[in-house]
Design a protein around this ligand. Structure first.
Ligand SMILES: [Ca+2]
Ligand SMILES: [Ca+2]
Length: 137
C-alpha cells in the first residue's frame, strides 16, 4: 500500500553499485530524527541516472534508475529500473527491470500530454535514445 512518504534517493558511492533511499520519518520537519536508510539494490554496476516521478497516480513517486554497464562476472544487466514504494516507510519497494539497454541519463515528462509521465533515457557511448511511453493505466 502506498504511503506517500518523502524520500531522497542516491547511487552510493557515485557511479557505483548501490541504490539507496533515505525515507523521511513522519513529522520530520519538526524533529531531529535521522532518516532511515534502505539499500534497494546491489545487483548493478555503474548506477548513473536518478529520477523520481509518479508513474501510476498513486500517492508515491516511483524511483527511476539508469544503469550504464553490465555487472561483470554476473547475470546482472545494465538498463532502466523502476522501484515502486509499496511501503517506503517500512523499506518495502518493488523492483522492475524494464529494459537492459545502456542508460547513462534520463528524464521524465508527459510528452504527449495525456496526463501520464513518460521516461526518456539515453546512453552516451552507445548513442541510444529511448522513450518509454507510460501505459500503466
Ligand atoms: Ca506512484
Ligand atoms: Ca504521457
Amino acid at each position: 500500500m502506498a504511503d506517500g512518504a518523502s524520500y531522497l534517493a542516491t547511487v552510493e558511492p557515485w557511479h557505483s553499485d548501490k541504490i539507496l533511499v533515505y525515507v523521511a520519518p513522519k513529522d520530520w520537519a519538526q524533529s531531529e530524527l535521522l532518516w532511515p536508510r534502505y539499500v534497494l539494490d546491489e545487483e548493478l554496476a555503474w548506477g548513473h541516472a536518478v529520477a523520481c516521478a509518479n508513474l501510476d497516480d498513486d500517492l508515491d513517486q516511483e524511483l527511476i534508475i539508469g544503469v550504464r554497464d553490465d555487472k561483470k562476472g554476473t547475470e546482472h544487466r545494465r538498463g532502466l529500473r523502476i522501484y515502486d514504494p509499496g511501503n517506503a516507510s517500512e523499506g518495502r519497494w518493488q523492483r522492475t527491470l524494464v529494459d537492459p539497454v545502456a542508460t547513462e541519463d534520463l528524464t521524465v515528462a508527459d510528452l504527449e500530454a495525456d496526463g501520464d509521465n513518460d521516461i526518456i533515457a539515453v546512453g552516451r557511448k552507445t548513442h541510444n535514445v529511448k522513450i518509454y511511453w507510460n501505459q500503466l493505466k
